[in-house]
Design a protein around this ligand. Structure first.
Ligand code: NAD
Ligand code: ZN
Ligand code: ZN
Length: 345
């Protein structure tokens, strides 16, 4: 039985870039056309939320806003129009909150590039609150019987790395480097293993590398202690076929070129705001492909959730309360989180 929604609810709000989030009561929104009001059960905290709070990127959200795009919750009210979800269904928000559905990107399976896309917890209020709105055409359908806390990180971290691996042009038995073993990276290790790739993990903290080995990485490199390019070239006898960078430091992006095999593919997921030096000679002579990859489509998300529901992916998640979000963001800033932290409401 669903109880009536209140007039107000508690959320973590970004009021000014570069400051802590403010936990306060805000007005409950009314679901518009194609929208549903969702009572949030849990929300993962992604490093993108930290970039949003800091105003790190050239395309900025407009404060005040509520971050969060790994929210799982129950539909409590539907807006006008037709919906293929109903009250009581468990759904999720995602970074791709909605898109136009008709542009050249939307109609060619590249909806994440839609110029009119809305982003969860960025251009639309997100899941760092007890309630959120979703567009039911784009909301994730959470499979039956899964733990919401473990499902939450799949909605961004999971789909993002799953898609990145899909576009890495690698096949089973080949070497894949996962550079950065945080929220995204520790899940990337698991998808790569599930796809039959031989996984090498690179990070700058030993405990992250231990987590990577736990999830199936066969070789790990601490880039603080040794040159990851040399170590990977030696271990793989010529470099990795694919390199996926989820790290939050620019240095890792330049190192990716050194770790790749000739004709290898490098996929960038991480979004530090800066730049990195790259040798033109290296790229041309080695015939490298460098590819940016942004989250995933609804179909990618459904596939990523299917891997998860079949037990192939088990995110390492610890929980916190809404009041602890600032402290968690601080730990994230300092690289002190193992796997993901999710807010439990
Ligand atoms: P996180 O804070 O959980 O993990 C970052 C990891 O990078 C940590 O393990 C840290 O130790 C590691 N790291 C830092 N410097 C490094 C270096 N020099 N070499 C190797 N590893 C290093 O962050 P997250 O939530 O996993 O997000 C990672 C990045 O991905 C963020 O920039 C985020 O905005 C971005 N992101 C992109 C997409 C996308 O669609 N492309 C989606 C989600 C997140
Ligand atoms: Zn994210
Ligand atoms: Zn579009």
């Amino acid at each position: 039985m669903t109880t009536a929604a209140p007039q107000e609810f508690t959320a973590a709000v970004v009021e000014n870039f570069g400051h802590e989030v403010t936990v306060k009561d805000i007005d409950l929104p009314k679901p518009g056309v194609h929208q549903a009001l969702v009572k949030v059960i849990t929300s993962g905290i992604c490093h993108t939320d930290l970039h949003a709070l800091e105003g790190d990127w050239p395309v900025k959200p407009e404060p005040p806003f509520v971050p969060g795009h790994e929210g799982v919750g129950e539909v409590v009210e539907l807006g006008p129009g037709e919906h293929d979800v109903k009250v009581g269904d468990i759904v999720g928000n995602a970074w791709l909150w909605s898109a136009c559905g008709t542009c050249e990107y939307c109609i060619t399976g590249r909806e994440t590039q839609c110029n009119k896309a809305e982003y969860g917890g960025y251009t639309q209020n997100g899941s760092f609150g007890q309630y959120m709105l979703v567009d039911t055409r784009y909301a994730a359908r959470i499979p039956d019987g899964v733990d919401p806390l473990e499902a939450a990180p799949i909605l961004c971290a999971g789909v993002t790395v799953y898609k990145a691996l899909k576009v890495s042009d690698t096949r089973p038995g080949q070497f894949m480097v996962i550079s950065g073993v945080g929220g995204l990276g520790h899940i990337a290790v698991q998808y790569a293993v599930a796809m039959g790739l031989r996984v090498i993990a690179v990070d700058i903290a030993d405990e992250k590398l231990e987590l990577a080995r736990k999830h199936g990485a066969e070789f790990t490199v601490n880039a603080r202690n040794e040159d990851p390019g040399e170590a990977v070239q030696k271990y793989t006898d010529g470099g990795a076929h694919g390199v996926l960078v989820t790290a939050v430091h620019e240095a890792a992006f330049g190192q990716a070129l050194d770790m790749a095999r000739r004709a290898g593919t490098i996929v960038f997921n991480g979004l530090p705001p800066g730049e990195f030096p790259a040798s033109v000679f290296n790229i041309v002579f080695k015939g490298l492909t460098i590819r940016g990859s942004l989250v995933g489509t609804r179909q990618d998300l459904a596939e990523a959730l299917d891997f998860f529901a079949r037990g192939l992916i088990k995110p390492t998640v610890s929980e916190c309360s809404l009041d602890e979000v600032n402290e968690v963001l601080d730990r994230m800033r300092n690289g002190k989180i193992d796997g993901r932290v999710a807010i439990r409401y």
